[in-house]
Design a protein around this ligand. Structure first.
Ligand SMILES: *Cc1c(COP(=O)(O)O)cnc(C)c1O
Length: 377
C-alpha cells in the first residue's frame, strides 16, 4: 500500500486531531517534575478539568496512561476483593469494565443491554435485588464508543443512590464533547482520556473522584493493590506537598494545559453545539447516500456516529481506500459488529464541517464506483 496522505484526517474512535498550538506546547523542552512552572500547569489543569467534569471535587487530575489505565485505577482504588460490583454493559467498553473489576477480585454482576440501545435501569435494579449483601459500586459507560450510544446517567445514578452504592462512570469519549455533570448526577468517580474529545495526543487520563468515594477508599481493609495507580499516593504529588511518586509526562501535561485553555476559550456550550452541528451534517449526508444509523434514535452520540455498512460492501476495502487515497481514518465494528458497521468519530479538533464534507465526498466516490454500485456501468 502506498504511504497515505499526511497528516491523517482522524475520524475514527480516537485518537483525534491535535491543534498546532497543543503540539507546540507538547514539544517545548521538558522541565523537571518538581519545577514551579510544572506545578503551575498542574494547578491550571485541575481548574480546567473541573468544569468539564461538572464537579468541584478536589481530586481532579490527569493520571499517567490512557483511558484503560484510568478504568483500571478506578476499580483498583474503589474495589476490594469480595466487594459486589454491578456493571451495566451496553457495548465493548462496558464488557471491559466487567473484566477489570473481576481482576480486582470483585464479585461482579453484569446486566447486558442490546448493543445499539442504552441500559435498562429496571433490569439492573432487579439483578441487584436478587443479590445477597450490599452492592458497593455501580458502573457504566456514558458514551459507548463501540456502538455510538449515549447513556442517560440520571436513572443509573438514582439506582446507585437507592442501593447506597458508589457510582463510577466512563466518560472517555464524552468528556469535552457533551456535558458531563458529576456533581449534578451524583457520580463518584469518572475518568476520560486525552485523545478523544479533548484534543490531545494519547497518554493522559483525566480522573475526578468525589469526597464520598475517597472516604470509601480511606475505609479500605486492604491496601490498593496497584501501587502505581494508588490515588492517595498520586494525590500527594498533585497537592501542595508535591511528593515524588513517579516522573509525570511533563511534555504531555503541558499539551493538556494548552488544550484545556483552547477548550475554555471556545466555551463549553459552543463546543458541545459544534459537535452537535457537525454530527447533524454527517447524518444528513449519510442519509442521502442511503446509509442508516446503527444506534437507536434518541440515543445517538454527536462525537461517534455508528452506521450500517450497506449490503455487498466490503468493510476493509472501503476503509483501506479511504486511508490510502484520502488519508482518512474511520473505525470498523467491534465484536459481533465487525464488518457490519462503521464508526465515524467527530471528536474535538476533528469535529469540523470540512472533515464531514471531505469524508462524505470520499465515501460517495468509493461506494458509487464499486462494482454494482449506483454509478457503475
Ligand atoms: C477509548 C475508550 C476507552 C479506552 O481508552 P484507551 O485510551 O484506548 O486506553 C475506554 N472507554 C471508552 C468508552 C473508550 O472510548
Amino acid at each position: 500500500m502506498p504511504v497515505p496522505p499526511f497528516p491523517r484526517i482522524l475520524l475514527g474512535p480516537g485518537p483525534s486531531a491535535v491543534a498546532p498550538r497543543v503540539l507546540e506546547a507538547c514539544s517545548r523542552p521538558p522541565v523537571g517534575y518538581l519545577d514551579p512552572e510544572l506545578f503551575q500547569a498542574l494547578a491550571e489543569i485541575q481548574e480546567g478539568l473541573r468544569p468539564l467534569f461538572g464537579t468541584s471535587s478536589e481530586l481532579t487530575i490527569a493520571m499517567t496512561g490512557t483511558g484503560m489505565a484510568a478504568m483500571e485505577a478506578c476499580f483498583a482504588n474503589l474495589v476490594e476483593p469480595g466487594d459486589q460490583v454491578l456493571v451495566g454493559v451496553h457495548g465493548f467498553f462496558g464488557a471491559r469494565m466487567v473484566e477489570v473489576a473481576a481482576r480486582c477480585g470483585a464479585r461482579v454482576t453484569r446486566v447486558d443491554a442490546e448493543w445499539g440501545q442504552p441500559l435498562d435501569p429496571a433490569r439492573m435494579e432487579e439483578a441487584a435485588s436478587a443479590l445477597d449483601g450490599r452492592v458497593k459500586l455501580v458502573a457504566c459507560v456514558h458514551a459507548e464508543t463501540s456502538t455510538g450510544v449515549r447513556q442517560p446517567l440520571e436513572p443509573i445514578s438514582a439506582l446507585a443512590r437507592r442501593l447506597d452504592a458508589l457510582l463510577l462512570v466512563d466518560a472517555v469519549t464524552s468528556l469535552g464533547g457533551i456535558p458531563v455533570d458529576m456533581d449534578g448526577c451524583g457520580v463518584d468517580a469518572c475518568y476520560s482520556a486525552s485523545q478523544k474529545c479533548l484534543g490531545c495526543p494519547p497518554g493522559l487520563a483525566p480522573v475526578s473522584v468525589s469526597s464520598r468515594a475517597l472516604e470509601a477508599v480511606a475505609a479500605r481493609r486492604t491496601p490498593v493493590q496497584s501501587w502505581y495507580h494508588d490515588w492517595s499516593l498520586i494525590g500527594q504529588y498533585w497537592r501542595g506537598e508535591h511528593a515524588y511518586h513517579h516522573t509525570v509526562p511533563v511534555c504531555a501535561l503541558m499539551g493538556l494545559r494548552e488544550a484545556l485553555r483552547a477548550i475554555h476559550e471556545e466555551g463549553l456550550e459552543a463546543r458541545f453545539d459544534r459537535h452537535l452541528a457537525v454530527s447533524g451534517r454527517l447524518l444528513a449526508g449519510l442519509d442521502e447516500m442511503g446509509l442508516r444509523p446503527f444506534a437507536g434514535e434518541g440515543h445517538r452520540l454527536p462525537m461517534l456516529c455508528s452506521v450500517w455498512i450497506p449490503d455487498g460492501v466490503d468493510d476493509v476495502a472501503v476503509r483501506t481506500r479511504l486511508l490510502a487515497e484520502w488519508g482518512i481514518e474511520i473505525g470498523g465494528g467491534l465484536g459481533a459488529l465487525k464488518g457490519r458497521i462503521w464508526r465515524i468519530g467527530l471528536m474535538g479538533e476533528s469535529a469540523t464541517p470540512r472533515n464531514v464534507d471531505l469524508l462524505l465526498a470520499a465515501l460517495r466516490r468509493i461506494l458509487v464506483q464499486r462494482p454494482g454500485g449506483r454509478g457503475s456501468a
